[in-house]
Design a protein around this ligand. Structure first.
Ligand SMILES: [Zn+2]
Length: 60
């Protein structure tokens, strides 16, 4: 199951969601503030993630 990364438009918290390709964004919204406006972050391997900070709690 692929993992998608979403960024909250309100508090900019990023979090990962495991979902099927066809699944919509998580309806429960941001786990930090509950905002349901989420930007889908294109998940790429390597240099884009490097130094961005959030991946260290994501198990990479
Ligand atoms: Zn938020």
């Amino acid at each position: 199951m692929p993992t998608y990364v979403y960024k909250c438009a309100k508090c900019e918290h990023t979090f990962e969601v495991q979902a099927k390709m066809s699944d919509p964004p998580p309806t429960e919204g941001c786990p930090e503030c509950g905002c349901t406006v989420l930007d889908k972050v294109i998940q790429a391997v390597g240099s884009i993630l490097k130094g961005s900070g959030w991946f260290k709690k994501g198990g990479y």
